[in-house]
Design a protein. Structure first.
Length: 301
């Protein structure tokens, strides 16, 4: 077995174990914009270093690579299974790092409330973890859109007399959501609509994890669980403990949180390379999210 073969096997094992691996360990430095061996193969897509974009990466990030913090329990976007962090956004993060010729260092965490502060203080420079674009968030971090998805609602089977077909059908209900999420703002807005219509306001209860919010509905403490439509559909498919309600709030751009500065534009450029080459579609298809794909990524800042 040659040196090259042993190196590739070592890298494959490291990637499978979730260990950060510099792209240089996998491929040589291509001499043109898209040349040489693929830096990585993800979900059947061969990812190449884009030399023009790689040159635009801030010097500090070239040294550190992408230091990412991702949520550990939001399938199919990002979750831990068998001790490994995986999911659609995890694969997108790895692919973006490969396009930019960077190492990928991912940390899984259930403390979502710490993610934005960690991006602000520089402990992490990215968070590929389904950040919904909101004005408040883009004041303090950049958000690079990866897909657009609506907000869904799920109930315990047989627990409702009527289905939820519009916002006012939620009046008087109690809804479980993850703490620090944009869903809190959405639910409060619907609650205001309820009171203006002369109906009972919505009760919003927050939980430290998606699993805890789901459990609150399963055991009857709350009537509805709200999260991304993709996430809820995936959970229902896996557990069959909840049913999806028809109402789906207007899809919003979601994607990776990025430390303020020039890095956001470079990452958006890398996502657009993945879109153009078809790698993006393969990744989204792998995780059943082709219905939510974008034609172009934007750096919201």
């Amino acid at each position: 077995m040659g040196v090259r073969s042993r190196a590739l096997i070592a890298v494959a094992v490291a990637v499978a174990l979730g260990i950060s691996v510099p792209v240089s360990a996998v491929s040589g430095a291509p001499s043109s914009r898209h040349a040489g061996r693929p830096a990585l193969t993800i979900d059947g897509a061969k990812i190449y270093v884009d030399q023009a974009l790689a040159k635009q990466v801030p010097a500090t990030v070239r040294k550190t690579g992408l230091k990412d913090i991702s949520y550990n329990d939001t399938p199919p976007d990002e979750f831990v299974s068998g001790g490994a962090l995986q999911g659609q956004e995890v694969d997108m993060g790895r692919a973006v790092a490969a396009v930019l010729g960077l190492a990928w260092h991912a940390t899984a965490s259930g403390a979502f409330t710490t993610f934005i502060p960690s991006l602000q203080d520089g402990r992490f420079n990215t968070s590929f973890t389904s950040f919904i674009v909101t004005p408040a968030r883009v004041k303090v971090i950049n958000i690079v859109s990866i897909y657009a998805v609506g907000t869904g609602f799920a109930a315990k089977p047989g627990s409702r007399v009527t289905t939820v077909k519009n916002a006012l059908d939620l009046c008087g209900d109690s809804v479980a959501v993850i703490e620090a999420s944009a869903y809190i703002t959405y639910m409060n807005s619907i609650s205001s609509q309820c009171t203006k219509a002369g109906k009972t306001a919505l009760s919003v209860h927050t939980f430290p994890s998606e699993a805890a919010a789901e459990l609150a509905v399963e055991d009857g403490r709350d009537q509805l669980y709200s999260s991304t439509a993709t996430g809820i559909a995936y959970i229902i498919h896996q557990t069959h403990k909840l049913v999806l309600e028809p109402f789906d709030l207007k899809p919003q751009p979601e994607g990776a949180g990025v430390t303020k500065g020039k890095l956001g534009a470079v990452i958006a450029g890398a996502v657009n390379v993945l879109i153009k080459t078809g790698a993006y579609r393969k990744i989204m298809h792998r995780w059943g999210e082709t219905a939510f794909m974008l034609k172009h990524s934007i750096d919201y800042h």
